[in-house]
Write a protein that binds this ligand. Structure first.
Ligand SMILES: Nc1ncnc2c1ncn2[C@@H]1O[C@H](COP(=O)(O)OP(=O)(O)O)[C@@H](O)[C@H]1O
Ligand SMILES: Nc1ccn([C@H]2C[C@H](O)[C@@H](COP(=O)(O)OP(=O)(O)O)O2)c(=O)n1
Length: 237
């Protein structure tokens, strides 16, 4: 059972995918974390992230390893735990440029396909181009959306100081998010796009619990369709 969950930032991909995978006993892959990890590696190793050729030349160098347990997401670059550093503003600001480079996408896409092929019991893979490019044969494709206002409010809600006040203002968060969406949607190689056969779920007015329930139902229906279809395929051989 392969489930592809795509959509822009702040639509709930990570929270939904982790919960659905944990609930249904599936593996989980956060492909954004992989692009963030390679970006962090480039920043830490003196690669000029404004120079596409330098990025392309370094694309094969780091070893990027992802954990696939939805209860313990893990990501490392050259053996170093990247889970903290990949969430910094510095990485967030550079990740769209690094992930637009075709050599980076080819490298990471190959890794993603290997991980999905090795996940025996099935996997939920979340990102931007999973349904369109990485796993076009997925058993279920979901495309999450939400208004820019809702997405910015969710993101800035994560960026609290210990005093409980947001560290960035809402308008700045929304502006950065919209700029990243634009870059991710307009790049030449494998842009952020809804696959024609994806189910679109607008999460603006839904709670996270409602979104999880909705996707669990979609996965269960897709699994039933798959189970019905397979004996027919067997008989046809
Ligand atoms: N339907 C929802 N309603 C309210 N908050 C949500 C909803 N879905 C996700 N969130 C919150 O929004 C933030 C961003 O969610 P996340 O899953 O990281 O989105 P994405 O992976 O699409 O960027 C998280 O803090 C999460 O708890
Ligand atoms: N399949 C993917 C996943 C992410 N990316 C790129 C584009 C995104 O802006 C960055 C970061 O993705 P991530 O899912 O971590 O971003 P958010 O959690 O939505 O802020 O990586 C991509 O190009 N293709």
């Amino acid at each position: 059972m392969i489930v592809a969950i795509d959509g822009p930032s702040g639509t709930g991909k990570s929270s939904t995918s982790k919960a659905v995978a944990a609930q249904l006993g599936l593996s989980y892959l956060d492909t954004g974390a992989q692009y963030r990890a390679i970006t962090w590696w480039m920043l830490s190793n003196g690669v000029d992230v404004a120079d596409q050729e330098a990025i392309a030349a370094a694309a094969d160098k780091p070893s990027i390893v992802s954990g696939t347990d939805p209860r313990q997401p893990a990501i490392s670059a050259d053996g170093l735990d990247a889970s903290g550093p990949i969430r910094t503003q510095e990485v967030t600001a550079a990740v769209s440029a690094v992930s637009a480079v075709p050599e980076v996408r080819a490298r990471i896409t190959e890794l993603q396909r290997m991980i999905a092929a090795e996940a025996g019991g099935g996997i939920v893979v979340e990102g931007r181009d999973i349904g369109t490019t990485v796993l076009p044969g997925a058993d279920l494709k979901v495309f999450l959306t939400a208004s820019p206002e809702a997405r910015a409010a969710r993101r800035s809600g994560e960026l609290k100081t210990t005093a409980g006040r947001p560290v960035t203002d809402l308008a700045a968060t929304q502006q950065a998010l919209t700029a990243r969406d634009k870059a991710d949607s307009s790049r030449k190689t494998s842009p952020l796009k809804k696959a024609d056969d994806a189910v679109e779920v607008d999460t603006t007015e839904l709670t996270l619990e409602q979104v999880i329930e909705c996707v669990v139902t979609l996965v269960e229906k897709a699994a039933a369709r798959k189970a019905e279809a397979e004996p027919v395929e067997e008989a046809a051989r």
